[in-house]
Design a protein. Structure first.
Length: 330
């Protein structure tokens, strides 16, 4: 045999198996044989219930994001504290305290368990529900290859150190995303999800009342007129943790480009939003998005979401398929 020879072919084949085991086990229609109705069950439930609670679309895409940034997309954000583990789970940390919809995920999982016991992972449920919820409310569609398996570890301290914070500057955001294999353009694209959803005042109140650590100081990167409006009509105290504020005022239920227009006007709600115009590179990405069509943005956002959904996934013999999304199998 000429060329690389038999031994070389065997080595290459083995390397191919290794690479395949790491990246190849996520695929479209993964459950086609093991649970052929799985994706339809999820989609039907979402289409039936999300129109009655459209605000959940934003929380599900955020849940998916927070899950993937901690130990990969493995459903660890769903786990409850149990005395047997002795550690607080991701659910308890401040970034996740405002997540909702865990009961919704549980109901979807129950339907799948009734159809195909022990087959569909909770990690895939989050991924599918997030996509289908956004589509149901008029947002972009993206491919969701499936085959993720569920993790058994959920650690509060890991969540705090891995989930990008609303007060991050661009350098911190870039590092956080790069650690997960995402680049600056994907950072700008994924930030576009802030076009829907809400926040509470304490997530950004320091920008209004205590930016430098001295009461009465404001973030100069926040439009002063917008800041005055927030103080007068929304966040009347620095400790207000109940008042709801739209992240994209006037358009917070429509997946569109208005978030980027607000960012350019210095009216992004978080410091992490304002950070996107502190670099000529990220600012140029915003300009490109706004100069293009909504369809182009949807297509780019879709590619970024599919890539995010592959972060550090567990496949094959890794992890487990949880019967109950809130509890590790016994």
């Amino acid at each position: 045999m000429s060329g690389i020879g038999y031994f070389g072919i065997v080595v290459l084949a083995l390397l191919g198996l290794v690479v395949g085991s790491v990246h190849g086990d996520l695929r479209m229609n993964y459950y086609a044989r093991s649970c052929p109705n799985a994706e339809k069950i999820v989609q039907d439930y979402v289409k039936r219930h999300i129109p009655n609670a459209p605000g959940l679309a934003a929380t599900f895409i955020r849940m998916h994001f927070h899950d993937c940034f901690v130990r990969g997309c493995d459903g660890s954000v769903l786990l409850n504290f149990t005395a047997s583990t002795g550690n607080q789970t991701e659910k308890v940390v401040v970034p996740n305290q405002t997540l909702r919809g865990f009961d919704f995920i549980d109901r979807v999982k129950s339907l799948l368990e009734a159809e195909c016991p022990g087959v569909v992972s909770c990690a895939d449920v989050i991924s599918l529900v997030a996509r289908d919820s956004i589509v149901t409310t008029g947002g972009p569609f993206w491919r969701v290859p499936t085959g993720r398996r569920d993790g058994s570890i959920s650690n509060a301290s890991e969540a705090l150190s891995n989930i990008p914070a609303p007060f991050f500057n661009l350098s911190a955001l870039q590092t956080s995303f790069a650690n997960k294999g995402l680049d600056l353009r994907e950072l700008v694209l994924l930030s576009g999800a802030h076009t829907i959803g809400i926040s509470i005042c304490t997530s950004f109140a320091n920008r209004l009342y205590n930016f430098t650590g001295v009461l009465g100081t404001q973030d100069p990167s926040l439009d002063s007129e917008y800041a005055a409006n927030l103080i007068a009509n929304k966040c009347r105290t620095i400790t207000d943790n109940t008042t709801i504020v739209e992240m994209d005022p006037g358009s917070f239920r429509t997946f569109d480009l208005s978030y980027y227009r607000l960012v350019l006007k210095r009216r992004g709600l978080f410091q992490s939003d304002a950070a996107l115009i502190t670099s000529s590179t990220t600012r140029s990405y915003i300009d490109q998005i706004l100069n293009g069509s909504l369809e182009n943005f949807f297509a780019e956002f879709a590619r970024a979401m599919e890539k995010m959904g592959r972060i550090e996934v567990k496949t094959g013999s890794q992890g487990e398929i949880r019967r109950n999304c809130a509890v590790v199998n016994s």
